[in-house]
Write a protein that binds this ligand. Structure first.
Ligand code: BTN
Length: 324
């Protein structure tokens, strides 16, 4: 979005329902009053209801509902994550788009959000249902040079960021099921897909894909996931603002990433453990190599799950579906 238009919107948003004089706006934003008027006309086209009265100025009366670039930019409190932002109505997959943009030299922290995905993808080659207007389907690009075995650390970091943000915006009490499913009352609200581009054994960039069920009613979920999925709205009985969730996730992610860069994985691991649902419990892990049952003992410093079977043998679980 044009920087002046965003500043103008910020001014009107801060003084919502009050008049702000055109003269003052033109002084503050260092543009002519005609330019202010043109920006106002553009904002109106984007769904902002702005009243203009001679001698009084402009006042913002209403803002468009739903996901939008301006609404998100108004809420964004990050230094770099999401400062380059793409908001689409419909894409095949934000994840696929993020890879395209990353190879086309998109900057660190570029965020792609879509209102609907027609080919959303989940972990382990599954489909991710991404219906229009109900959820958050978002991917972002992180330029980091990391040994491949440490990449799961970023996934765990992301699940903590998502949990903290969604808890603060919706009030839902949430838990994490290893590695990165965010659950509410035992049902999945959010999932994270981490993909990367690498050379030798180090990353060029990582794409973090986050899918969140926000405002679906229970009967909107496809039959096959009906019993395992839920949404924030289903749990709270209230619609939840997707723009606020995204802004909160990006802020939490940026803060946790700074902590990670400065102090390593240890503090992230501690945070993850405080929210982990499966630790200390009997679990069944369906791994690509077969089914394992036992006690979830903890995670390693690289984010690998430790499972102790009934003979006391410890297994390292790198990739699996966990059932409690
Ligand atoms: C999971 O299986 O739990 C991970 C789901 C990740 C879904 C998100 S939605 C945004 C991004 N784009 C995709 O195609 N997938 C991820």
């Amino acid at each position: 979005m044009n920087a002046t238009r965003l500043q103008l919107l910020k001014q009107l948003h801060e003084k919502k329902n009050q008049f702000v004089s055109g003269e003052r706006l033109s002084e503050q934003l260092h543009v002519s009053r005609t330019a202010i008027w043109k920006h106002i006309e553009e904002l109106k086209k984007q769904g902002y209801v702005i009243e203009a009265i001679r001698k009084q100025g402009y006042r913002l009366l209403d803002e468009p509902e739903g996901l939008s670039e301006p609404s998100l930019l108004l809420l964004l409190q990050t230094d770099w994550l999401g400062q380059q932002l793409y908001v689409y109505n419909q894409v095949a997959s934000t994840q696929a788009l993020a890879h395209e943009l990353a190879t086309d030299s998109a900057s660190h922290g570029t965020v792609i959000v879509a209102n609907e995905q027609t080919g959303g993808r989940g972990r382990l080659g599954r489909v991710w249902h991404s219906a229009s207007g109900t959820g958050i389907w978002m991917s972002f690009i992180v330029h980091i040079d990391l040994p491949l075995m440490k990449v799961p650390q970023l996934t765990l970091l992301s699940s903590v960021a998502v949990l903290r943000a969604l808890r603060s915006v919706s009030g839902c009490s949430l838990e994490i099921k290893w590695p990165n499913d965010v659950l509410c009352n035992g049902r999945k609200v959010a999932g994270i897909l981490t993909e990367l581009s690498a050379e030798a054994d180090r990353t060029n960039y990582v794409v973090l894909g986050i899918g969140i069920n926000v405002n679906q009613s229970q009967d909107e979920f496809p039959e096959e996931i009906h019993h395992i999925a839920t949404s924030l709205a289903s749990e709270t009985g209230q619609q939840v603002d997707r723009n606020s969730c995204i802004a909160a996730i990006l802020k939490e992610w940026e803060d946790l990433y700074l902590l990670y860069l400065e102090h390593g994985f240890k503090p992230i691991k501690t945070l993850w453990e405080t929210h982990a649902l499966s630790l200390g419990k009997q679990i069944v892990a369906r791994t690509p190599q077969g089914k394992l049952e036992g006690l979830a003992k903890g995670i390693t410093d690289d984010g690998v799950l430790l499972l102790e079977d009934n003979r006391g043998q410890i297994h390292y679980i790198y990739s699996a579906d966990i059932a409690l």
